[in-house]
Design a protein around this ligand. Structure first.
Ligand SMILES: Nc1ncnc2c1ncn2[C@@H]1O[C@H](COP(=O)(O)OP(=O)(O)OP(=O)(O)O)[C@@H](O)[C@H]1O
Ligand SMILES: [Mg+2]
Length: 372
């Protein structure tokens, strides 16, 4: 293997994790980025075989096999989910090439997707959530009235029947109530009014959501919190943010074990995270809220789609909770993402800081108020 100083310098300066596998799938060389990506030192890695780290029948080994079919062959995959032992899955771009001068050897380049790319994914979810809005608003409107009629008629029938004969009427009413609740959720998608943003203390909303969870669906779990007391207010609609936190806490409580269930809420200020807003400007999203639970983790098959409407693993779930969260976050110019592994799940929310509207906008608002 080359010890040319120029090669060494380039090899270690590569931003991607770079690894060379020998013909027996052992790591013969890894760079600094690979050490930090895999969480193992080069010395620990060279003793191991790639199938033990990536999995014998993993997609990575599959691509290594493909690249080895010819000298100088290069194969790659974008947006691949890479699972490593004891680490949460990561979305990466992977390239594998066989090395012409080193028969049987393969070079792996792993490029983790940046937060900006993950934000893009979050934006796609928002678009999907919006696409159900028109249809859902129409359906909810059309179904609600006849449903109220069905429920009322069942109640009248129930009054005319004797004791012991009302079971089926009760069933009709209960099911009608369930559908009505579902329609209420669906209807929220049709609500296209712009969020009425005001300065909101995130901790106040989190406290209220936690109190509501503790006295209802979260009675069986222990709550822990680590709040950054200096967190500035966000620009939000307190009712909608309450809905966001309630939906996330409800999912966490449903996932957490009946015994030993634990939900942790953390807040912090992280300057430096910016994303492109629809206006084209780059907005800063420094307010971070993390909601974690010690449940079994998001099922692998759902991981990529949990923010899509109607995606659920629950027998009576509507699959609308997270889609609604995603929509509300989008209306707030924020971002949500999820990381999960067997034994834990964390939802990360990033929100902007409240800033006073510019004087011109202020004047306009006042004028509008005066003529109303
Ligand atoms: N904290 C979590 N732990 C594990 N899986 C989760 C968690 N939160 C969400 N999920 C997964 O994501 C799916 C979608 O969640 P979402 O809140 O959108 O719908 P739901 O909870 O199934 O139904 P609804 O919220 O309408 O009652 C869930 O069914 C579950 O599989
Ligand atoms: Mg839910």
């Amino acid at each position: 293997m080359s010890t040319d100083p120029a090669f060494e310098a380039v090899w270690n300066a590569l931003p991607q994790a770079a690894l060379i596998l020998d013909e027996n799938d052992r790591f013969s060389r890894v760079n600094g980025a690979a050490e930090s990506f895999l969480g193992l030192s080069a010395r620990a890695l060279v003793k191991r075989r790639a199938p033990d780290v990536f999995g014998q029948s993993s997609r990575v080994m599959d691509l290594v096999g493909q690249a080895r079919r010819g000298a100088g062959v290069s194969v790659g995959e974008h947006g691949m989910e890479l699972s490593l032992p004891d680490r949460p899955p990561r979305i990466v771009d992977l390239h594998v090439c066989s090395l012409t001068d080193m028969p049987g050897c393969a070079l792996l380049l792993i490029h983790p997707q940046s937060i900006a790319e993950r934000m893009d994914r979050s934006l796609t979810h928002r678009a999907a959530a919006r696409s159900v809005m028109g249809l859902s608003a129409m359906l909810a409107h059309e179904i609600k009235n006849p449903l109220a009629g069905i429920s009322g008629a069942a109640q009248l029938l129930e009054m005319q029947l004797g004791d012991g004969e009302t079971e089926l009427c009760e069933l009709i009413r209960e099911e009608a109530d369930r559908v009505a609740k579902l329609l209420e959720k669906v209807e929220q998608f049709g609500d296209n009014r712009p969020a009425a943003l005001e300065p909101v203390n995130i901790h106040d909303v989190l406290d209220k959501a936690k109190l509501s969870a503790k006295s209802g669906f979260g009675q069986h779990v222990r709550f822990a919190e680590e709040f950054d007391p200096s967190l500035p207010p966000t620009a939000g609609d307190p009712d909608q943010l309450m809905q966001v936190f309630l939906n996330l806490l409800k999912n966490a409580a449903e996932a957490a074990p009946k015994v030993g269930g634990m939900i942790t809420i953390r807040t912090s200020y992280r300057p430096g995270i910016r994303m492109a807003a629809p206006s084209g400007r780059r907005e800063s999203l420094p307010l971070q809220v993390l909601i974690s639970d010690n449940g079994p983790g998001v099922p692998d098959a759902l991981k990529r789609d949990i923010f899509e409407p109607f995606v659920t693993s629950k027998a009576t779930g509507s699959g609308l909770g997270l889609a609604l969260v995603s929509k509300i976050m989008a209306d707030h110019g924020g971002v949500i993402e999820c990381e999960s592994d067997p034994g834990w799940t964390t939802f990360r929310l990033l929100l902007p800081v409240w800033s006073e509207p510019k004087p011109a906008a202020k004047a306009k608002t006042r004028k509008k108020g005066a003529t109303a």
